[in-house]
Design a protein around this ligand. Structure first.
Ligand code: DOR
Ligand code: ZN
Ligand code: ZN
Length: 410
């Protein structure tokens, strides 16, 4: 007898299966095409599909001294609402996570407050000894300044000494200084430099939010198995023209001309990861030019809407927001198979809704897609066998834990 049985259509690999998933002690115990018996059975009705819990490898949850922008609580509630069961927290906080004691504070801040599971990061800038002490799940390098203003004075040496996978914000510091509008060259130059270093050091590198045709083609041409990259929904669905109409859409790297957006779509099948770069700010900070777009509560729905438009398939979402993140970041306790955490994102592909940011859990009560009608919605989120979000309501207390990326748990 299982604690919980989820019954309905689920996607396993490329196949849509009608069956049951048995959950015991928060773990997937059995995946079956037949019936399973549980203490509790959740029937997922017609038109809905059970996906493995989707993961967002790039979010800025603020907190610390920036609780007015977002807190771990509001940010992870927002994640659950958007169908995300694990988030990767970025370290450009205030104070930034540059030493092991701040890392320990970050760990403590998440404990008991996070509604999703989480991976924790450490910001590299000439502080490798501290990085080794911290034992983060991943490491972040800014090649040029972004929110928080910190960037590496020596990218190669920070990358070389990183104790684990590095996520890099690739925009060239010198070019940003000369051209504050951050043209495509700022990104392309930095990406080429990062690729050179990756060729030399042969260490895991994940290039964040690739936004240019030249950037994506350089990465694909280099084709280094230890190099991955992310693309954001805002770079897939918006352009510079949208920014010209709406200054709130200021973001680093900036929204690009249509030709770049097209290049991302032309290479869509080779994009390993889609991540939101959820970057909440207060309205005042946005008015004063803060860069960043909130995305946790719209990213999956935008992709579902695109599935309905024939631009991608449901399994692409699973590949880019579950399978690849798990593999690339080495998350041992996630995956749609027996023994892994019972995390699920249930979607209704046909449900139509309108984006109303005032109803969102994030403190950033705006969205580039405000007022937009989307077809496709996340209707339920399950974290380790518990239904934690249903029909826009968060259920229960924070139950998030740190993902197992092998740190101290080998
Ligand atoms: O627009 C951005 N906002 N880009 C970044 O790289 C950082 C982020 C933030 O933290 O606000
Ligand atoms: Zn960035
Ligand atoms: Zn970011």
């Amino acid at each position: 007898m299982y604690d919980l049985v989820l019954k309905g259509k689920f996607l396993k690999g490329r196949k849509l299966i009608d069956g049951s998933i048995g959950v015991l002690d928060g773990k997937i115990s059995r995946i079956s095409t037949g019936e399973l018996k549980g203490e509790e059975t959740v029937r997922i009705g017609r038109g809905k599909v059970i996906l493995p819990g989707l993961i967002d490898v790039h979010v800025h949850l603020r907190d610390f001294r920036q609780r007015s922008k977002e807190t771990i609580r509001t940010g992870t509630m927002s994640a659950l609402h958007g169908g995300i069961t694990a988030v990767f927290d970025m370290p450009n906080t205030d104070p930034p996570v540059l030493d092991s004691s701040t890392f320990r504070r970050r760990e403590a801040a998440f404990s008991g407050r996070a509604y999703t599971d989480y991976a924790l990061s450490f910001l590299l800038n000439g502080n490798c000894d501290e990085a080794k002490k911290a034992q983060a799940d991943f490491y972040k390098i800014f090649m040029g300044a972004s929110t928080g203003g910190i960037f590496s004075s020596d990218f190669e040496s920070d990358y070389f000494c990183a104790p684990g996978i590095v996520s890099v914000h690739a925009e060239d510091a010198g070019l940003i200084q000369k051209k504050p509008e951050r043209p495509p060259e700022a990104e392309i130059t930095a990406i080429k430099r990062a690729l050179k270093a990756a060729e030399k050091f042969r260490k895991p590198l994940n290039i964040c939010h690739v936004s240019t045709g030249g950037g994506i083609s350089s990465i694909l041409r280099a084709s280094l198995p230890w190099v991955s990259f992310e693309v954001t929904p805002h770079h897939l669905f918006l352009t510079k023209k949208d920014y010209e109409r709406n200054p709130l859409l200021k973001v680093y790297p900036p929204l690009r001309a249509e030709e770049h957006r097209r290049a991302l779509w032309e290479n869509f099948s080779r994009i390993p990861i889609i991540a939101s770069d959820h970057a909440p700010h207060t309205p005042e900070d946005k008015e004063n030019g803060a860069a960043g777009i909130p995305g946790l509560e719209t990213e999956v729905a935008l992709l579902l809407d695109a599935v309905n438009r024939g631009m991608l398939e449901l399994q692409d979402i699973v590949e880019k927001m579950h399978g690849n993140p798990v593999r690339i970041f080495g998350i041992r306790n996630k995956g749609l198979e027996a023994g892994k955490d019972a995390d699920f994102t249930v979607v209704d592909l046909k449900k139509e809704w309108m984006v109303k940011p005032e109803e969102f859990y994030t403190k950033a009560k705006w969205s580039p897609w405000e007022g937009r009608k989307l077809r496709g919605k996340v209707v339920m989120t399950v974290l380790r066998g518990n239904v934690v979000m249903e029909e826009d309501e968060i259920i229960g207390n924070p139950q998030g834990g740190r993902v197992d990326a092998g740190k101290g748990r080998a």
